[in-house]
Design a protein around this ligand. Structure first.
Ligand code: 3PG
Length: 398
């Protein structure tokens, strides 16, 4: 069901689960992409005259209020973007939430405080989650699931509440699913996947799955050093997950059997320290000197990666190629982003997935229109690409 299927919403209280887990520097939002992505659903509910109650999480508080995880900066930014103030309830489902919802007029929006301040949200005990879901349901007539970044979590505000209230899928979740399906259901080929980010262990499922699906798998970011180690190369002081080396050897063998090309960097930008101003030198990828830390792929690798991306018909990118937050080590991530933009102009369907790569695209100043789809999901988009059933979506079909 979509929002339209819920019927006339004028004067009705609609609870929307959004993903407002945005990066913050103190109380300053450094990337508001997830808030902007929530606007189509929220604006359509405002226009329909609904009383809109939004619930969301920020960070991973331990089930109790913590100032640094307050959604106050989000409420302020959301109000600016919607062009009308958004009231922030002081609690999640308590007296302040009830009073805030009761005071809402038609077409007005309120935000409940960080739902993870309530320990029942993430509880493994179903009865605890159900009790929070009942409290949330008491605040609304309908539920709309629009927090794509969190649909892989079986949590009270994502999963259980959808079993209590008449529910619909929001337009962000719909758009995400339609776009990501282009990579999972018969992708146009060549299908190229670029993976980066720090840890192999975060991406085991997706790597194992893509090895049988993609035509080329390009590996950058911190995880590339575990691949280099699996090939028997020395990696100096670079990030290395020793306990994953054997698994990665298995992937390399599987890829060879399946005829999937694994593309590893040929040169690496190294430094003495993990610091923005640590002088950078280029070394061969199979001979990283002792004491050096790899912080980005090198210039030859940038060219190599671009050549492997530019003729793709479907391309997925998850995870920065290097420490793009440090200007001197942002070249690899820039090169990957630019190659995707070029592939898009050549007619490819290009997807940027993962919180960090989506943020990198914006922070490095790329025009979002240069990519076919920038996912708001980190773990959620990876699990979707793995082909896993996502609880927050599956529950809407049940
Ligand atoms: C994310 O940032 O990927 C989502 O908001 C989910 O957050 P979580 O990993 O803390 O559940």
């Amino acid at each position: 069901k979509t929002i339209k299927d819920l019927g006339d919403l004028r004067g009705k209280r609609v609870l929307v689960r959004s993903d407002f887990n945005v990066p913050l520097d103190g109380t300053t939002i450094t990337d508001d992409g997830r808030i902007r992505a929530a606007l189509p659903t929220l604006s359509s509910l405002v226009e329909a005259g609904a009383k809109v109650v939004v619930t969301a999480h920020l960070g991973r508080p331990k089930g109790a209020p913590e100032d640094k995880y307050s959604l106050a900066p989000v409420a302020a930014r959301l109000g600016e973007l919607l062009g009308a103030p958004v009231t922030l309830a002081e609690d999640t489902v308590g007296e302040s939430a009830k009073a805030t919802v009761a005071a809402l007029g038609e077409g007005e929006v309120a935000l409940l405080e960080n739902i993870r301040f309530d320990p029942r949200e993430t509880s493994k005990d179903e009865s605890e989650r159900k009790s929070l879901a009942a409290d949330l349901a008491g605040l609304a007539d309908f539920y709309v699931s629009d927090g794509f970044g969190v649909v892989h979590r079986k949590q009270a505000s994502v999963y259980d509440v959808a079993q209590v209230l008449p529910s619909a899928v929001g337009s962000l979740v719909l758009k995400e699913v339609e776009s990501l399906k282009k990579a999972t259901d018969n992708p146009e080929r060549p299908y190229v996947v670029v993976l980066g980010g720090s840890k192999v262990s975060d991406k085991l499922g997706v790597i194992g799955n893509l090895i049988t699906k993609a035509d080329r798998l390009l590996i950058g970011g911190g995880m590339l050093f575990t691949f280099l180690a699996a090939k028997g190369y020395s990696v100096g002081n670079s990030l290395l997950e020793e306990d994953q080396v054997e698994t990665v050897k298995g992937y390399l063998a599987d890829a060879e059997k399946a005829g999937v090309e694994i593309v590893l960097p040929v040169d690496i930008l190294v430094a003495d320290e993990f610091k923005a101003d640590s002088p950078a030198t280029v070394v061969a990828a199979d001979a990283i000197p002792d004491g050096k830390i790899g912080l980005d792929i090198g210039p030859e690798s940038q060219k190599l990666f671009a050549s492997k991306i530019v003729d793709a018909k479907t391309a997925v990118w998850n995870g920065p190629a290097g420490v793009f937050e440090f200007e001197a080590f942002s070249g690899g991530t820039r090169a990957v982003a630019q190659a995707l933009v070029d592939a898009t102009s050549n007619g490819a369907f290009t997807i940027v997935g993962g919180g960090d790569s989506a943020a990198a695209v914006r922070i490095l100043g790329f025009d979002e229109a240069g990519f076919s789809h920038i996912s708001t999901g980190g773990g959620a988009s990876l699990e979707f690409l793995e082909g896993k059933s996502l609880p927050g979506i599956a529950v809407l079909d049940s």
